[in-house]
Design a protein around this ligand. Structure first.
Ligand code: ADP
Ligand code: MG
Length: 251
């Protein structure tokens, strides 16, 4: 007999029982999470709960002492070849944009494709212009980051990450450093990216985005994953007392 049910895709991120210490301080105390291709997972939780540390392990920006992490079938290990391959598959956007201030917007976006991927300049620029159009920044291509608003800079940072054609995008509080009127333009770009099928892990306190865009929301607290649910269950029927306490503070 033929099996007619659609194949279950393998998760593209598998973190199993990840433990990390900063000296004596146990920042991750056995965190497990699987993320499937095309999924948008939002991580919420109080400041200091280990959210940044956890997602930074996915592209080897942080090491860890116990557990395993596999990205698209590649195990993170000390082997530099693995780390290079994983970094090419995983794009990251930070709270503080981290653009190169002495390079133009266009140069920020073409830098890695030219120097890491060895794309010719004309090809890298053509691809960058398309990405800048996609995030609504095309008119600013020749400007420097300092001449742009925070919201525009963050959209450039997203374009720069996308220029490496990642399979996964990590966002660490991408709107937390922005003035309120600029938050929406960045969330709109992220929403459109989610709609295009990108696998995304997003640390954010933006409840509206989490409700509307997340497939799953996880709550972290004190280095542990406390609860994991779809947005409706997470916000309306949280199982854990800790989640209820957290929601009472942010809603
Ligand atoms: P979150 O992103 O949830 O706010 P973090 O992952 O940034 O949390 O940090 C979790 C905890 O680890 C915090 O208590 C923080 O002070 C601590 N921490 C983060 N980075 C370091 C570091 N490099 N050395 C020591 N402690 C750190
Ligand atoms: Mg953080």
């Amino acid at each position: 007999m033929q099996n007619t049910s659609p194949p279950t895709p393998a998760p593209i991120i598998v973190a199993e029982s990840v433990h990390k210490w900063y000296g004596q301080f146990n920042v991750l105390r056995g965190v497990s999470l699987s993320v499937y291709p095309g999924e948008v997972v939002v991580i919420m939780g109080p400041s200091g709960s280990g959210k940044s540390t956890f997602i930074r392990t996915f592209n080897a920006l942080e090491d860890y002492q116990q557990g395993t992490i596999t990205i698209d079938g590649i195990a993170i290990s000390d082997d530099i070849k693995h780390i290079d391959r994983i970094r090419q598959e995983v794009g990251m956007v930070f709270q503080q944009f981290n653009l190169f201030p002495h390079l133009t917007v266009l140069e920020n976006v073409t830098l890695a494709p030219m120097w890491v991927r060895k794309h010719p300049k004309a090809q890298a620029e053509a691809a960058a212009m398309q990405l800048l159009e996609r995030v609504g920044i095309l008119a600013q291509a020749r400007k420097y980051p300092g001449q742009l608003s925070g919201g525009q800079q963050q959209r450039v940072a997203i374009a720069r990450a996308l220029a490496m054609q990642p399979k996964i995008m990590l966002f660490d509080e991408p709107t937390s450093a922005l003035d309120p009127e600029m938050v929406r333009e960045v969330l709109e770009v992220m929403k459109s990216l989610a709609g295009s099928g990108m696998t995304m892990v997003v640390v954010t306190h933006e409840v509206g985005f989490a409700r509307e865009v997340a497939d799953r929301i996880v709550l972290m607290d004190s280095g542990l994953l406390v609860e994991e649910a779809n947005p409706i269950d997470f916000f309306q029927h949280p199982k854990e007392e800790r989640t209820r306490q957290f929601l009472a503070q942010i809603l």
